[in-house]
Every structure is written in C-alpha cells, then in structure tokens.
Design a protein around this ligand. Structure first.
Ligand code: GSY
Length: 197
C-alpha cells in the first residue's frame, strides 16, 4: 500500500443549530433522510490543492484539520488547469476518510479549512492558498446548487485521478490514461522528504 495510513479519530460534529436554538431546515432530500436515520461510516475522498504561498504547509494543515482521516495519497506538483495564464504550479493530494459525516457537514469542514488558510476568492479559477473539494462520500449523490457529489469534474482531472489512484485504484479504472496524467508529477509525500525514488 503506497498511501500513508493515519489514525486520527475525531467525533462527528453535530449539525449546528440556528442562533435561536431551532434546528436548521434540511437543505436536500439526502440531508433530510440523514437526520432521521443513523448513518454508517462510509469511505469518502477529498481533494486538496494549493498554488499560492507555502503550498505544502497549507496542505499539511488541511490534512490535520480533516476529520476521520485514514489515508493520504502521495503528493503531486501539477500544471494549473484553467484559470489565468502565468499562475504557478499546484501541489495536490487526495485524502481518504472513513466518516459518518454527511456531504453537507463535510462541505462545512472544507469551507472552514479554506477560510483558515486565509483564502480570498479574488478570481474564479485563479490562484488559491487552499482548495478543498469533496469528491465522493460513499455512494451518495447530491445535486444541490452549491454542492454536487460525486464531484462533477473529478473524472476529467489528472490532478485528482492520479492521487486518487494511490488510494483507490479500482475507482479510476477507465478514466485514468496517460493523457490525463500529463502535467502531474510526483514530488514525495506530505510531511516527508521531498525527493522520492
Ligand atoms: O479545483 C481545484 C483548484 N484547481 C486546481 C488544482 O487543484 N490543481 C490544478 N493542477 N489545477 C487547478 N485548477 C483549479 S481551479
């Protein structure tokens, strides 16, 4: 197994109440179902990317801040996809969780991590200190305006599929070819030595 295994158990945060203490209304049918039935932990995958500032440290902090982490892919330096010309290369990795959190709870975690990285949305598709994308949450499907699971563009992105293949090669069969992997270079691991054999 090439991916690094971690044991970082953390309790699933309960859904925060509104300021007056009333429960929040459900935001999707999926979410509504989840609030009324106990959830089993499922395998979930989150993509991390950074191309601004101390990229490695932003990714490290994000991994530390994610709940229920079981594995982290190798680290890849990747050519930017989309966005303005001249932006710097990204560092990307994918993190595997075993979690009872709902997709929407995971989205809240992702947004908190992005804010903590002082991310400013100056330009759509532009450079960013940290991007946290929820890729897959078990076999759940969400199609809300602000959240789509599985991530709608993941199957065409080498910077997602190559690290995902480290953790779950069975998921990328048929999607990952040499073309899609172009511009994706392995540069070691988070927290580890930069150079890898
Ligand atoms: O969607 C994630 C942010 N992002 C990336 C990224 O993480 N890596 C690469 N290589 N290109 C990207 N373009 C965008 S937007």
């Amino acid at each position: 197994m090439s991916a690094r295994r971690r044991r970082l158990p953390s309790p699933a945060p309960s859904r925060p109440a509104t300021p007056d203490g009333a429960p929040r209304p459900p935001t999707s049918a999926q979410d509504r179902r989840e609030r009324h039935s106990p959830r089993d932990a499922v395998r979930a995958f989150v993509s991390l990317g950074s191309n601004l500032g101390d990229r490695r440290s932003y990714l490290n902090d994000a991994v530390q801040g994610l709940p229920d982490v079981v594995a982290v892919s190798k680290l890849y330096e990747t050519d930017p996809v989309g966005g303005p010309p001249g932006q710097g290369a990204y560092l990307n990795c994918v993190v595997e969780l075993r979690t009872k959190l709902t997709p929407r709870e995971l989205l809240a975690v992702a947004q908190t991590l992005e804010s903590a990285a002082a991310r400013a949305r100056v330009e759509r598709w532009g450079p960013r200190t940290l991007d946290v994308d929820i890729l897959l949450v078990g076999d759940e499907k969400v199609d809300d305006p602000d959240l789509t699971i599985p991530h709608p563009r993941m199957w065409e992105r080498g910077f997602v599929l190559v690290p995902l293949a480290d953790l779950a090669p069975e998921l990328v069969v048929g999607f990952l070819d040499s073309d899609i992997g172009r511009g994706v270079r392995r540069v070691g691991r988070l927290d580890g030595p930069q150079a890898q054999p």
